[in-house]
Design a protein around this ligand. Structure first.
Ligand code: GRG
Length: 305
């Protein structure tokens, strides 16, 4: 896929995501000023990576519909809550996010706290919608990845945890950054395959290490293999994404945080680790080669030579 084609494709997704996010806010009865704060946090967006991954993994198996679009927006809303809270003085204390003042800088800390809370609630409400194929949402199975045992555990480890070595650091990254990225991939897989509750549960509870224990119905139609591929891609991309962020900050001469990979390895080693992860993610796409050109291009955007 050429760069121009990639940009056009990604922009097409972003337009759909933005329009749906606007629709979601318009449907709710927030008071005008509070709605303005939520809009400020959500627009203009960043890369919209998580909904984009979710929709693309869906499209690998079947065309994403309006339900999938709304679900993808739930992931972006959840991500936005985490950014608002992460930027607050009691956490990372950042003044600028996406090129403009952070929510607490513009509207005050109380408002930022409430805006984050509201977006977290809203995200859970959207992600808990029953799917067309299931009486419940797959999110109930996946929620630990972006809730208390995923994102929040990762943020705890980052701010207060004991990080003594590279392994501790990578565990923190997998929770803080990787879990939501992986969730985006596997929920796209689950919806794109129109999985019913039983299949979804059987897959999710099957660790990639115990393939042989999976139910035969899942193994026989290739679902298990594809699920393992989506998990492998999500795991590797999630870790690569954080490493890319740390390496880029270092190369740009920005202040290195205490939990940056650059405190543990030198630049060459960090680049090597990043490239290994990107190759692992690309390998996971290999069996689905013809349908994953765009996912491959996302990986190409993270290569640092
Ligand atoms: C507050 C519970 C809680 C968790 C916060 C999001 C997060 C966890 C921390 C952000 C810290 C950070 C800068 C991590 C690096 C990777 C990352 C998540 C970057 C921001 O995501 P992007 O680059 O942002 O996808 P855009 O603006 O493109 O949406």
């Amino acid at each position: 896929m050429k760069l121009e084609e990639y940009k056009k494709y990604a922009d097409g997704y972003r337009e759909q995501i933005d329009a749906e996010l606007k629709k979601i806010l318009d449907e709710l009865n927030y008071s005008a000023e509070f709605k303005e704060v939520l809009e400020y946090a959500l627009f203009p967006g960043g890369k919209r990576l998580r909904p984009l991954l979710m929709l693309e993994w869906h499209n690998v198996f079947s065309p994403a519909d309006n339900y999938a679009l709304r679900y993808a927006c739930g992931l972006e809303i959840l991500h936005t809550y985490s950014l608002i809270h992460d930027d607050m003085p009691c956490m990372d204390n950042d003044d600028i996010r996406r090129g403009k003042s952070t929510v607490h800088k513009k509207y005050g800390e109380g408002m930022a706290l409430l805006a984050g809370d509201a977006l977290l609630d809203l995200a859970y409400r959207i992600l808990s919608m029953p799917t067309p194929a299931m009486e419940v949402s797959p999110f109930f199975m996946f929620k630990d990845m972006c809730g208390d045992m995923g994102l929040i555990e990762g943020q705890y480890r980052d701010l207060y945890g004991k990080i003594d070595n590279l392994d501790d650091l990578l565990v923190m990254c997998r929770h803080k950054t990787g879990a939501l990225i992986k969730l985006s991939c596997i929920s796209g897989f689950a919806l794109g395959n129109n999985l019913d509750y039983k299949k979804c549960k059987a897959l999710f509870e099957t660790s990639p290490q115990s393939l042989s224990e999976a139910e035969s119905s899942i193994s026989s139609d290739g679902l298990l293999l594809n699920y393992v591929l989506a998990c492998g891609f999500g795991d590797s991309l999630g870790e690569a994404f954080q490493l890319y962020d740390d390496i880029s900050e270092y190369i740009e001469g920005q202040k290195i945080t205490s939990t940056s990979i650059m405190n543990y390895v030198d630049l060459d080693e960090a680049k090597k680790m990043l490239n290994t992860l990107l190759n692992d993610a690309a390998d996971a796409l290999e069996p689905l080669r013809e349908r994953t050109g765009f996912l491959r291009e996302i990986l190409n955007r993270l290569i640092i030579i």
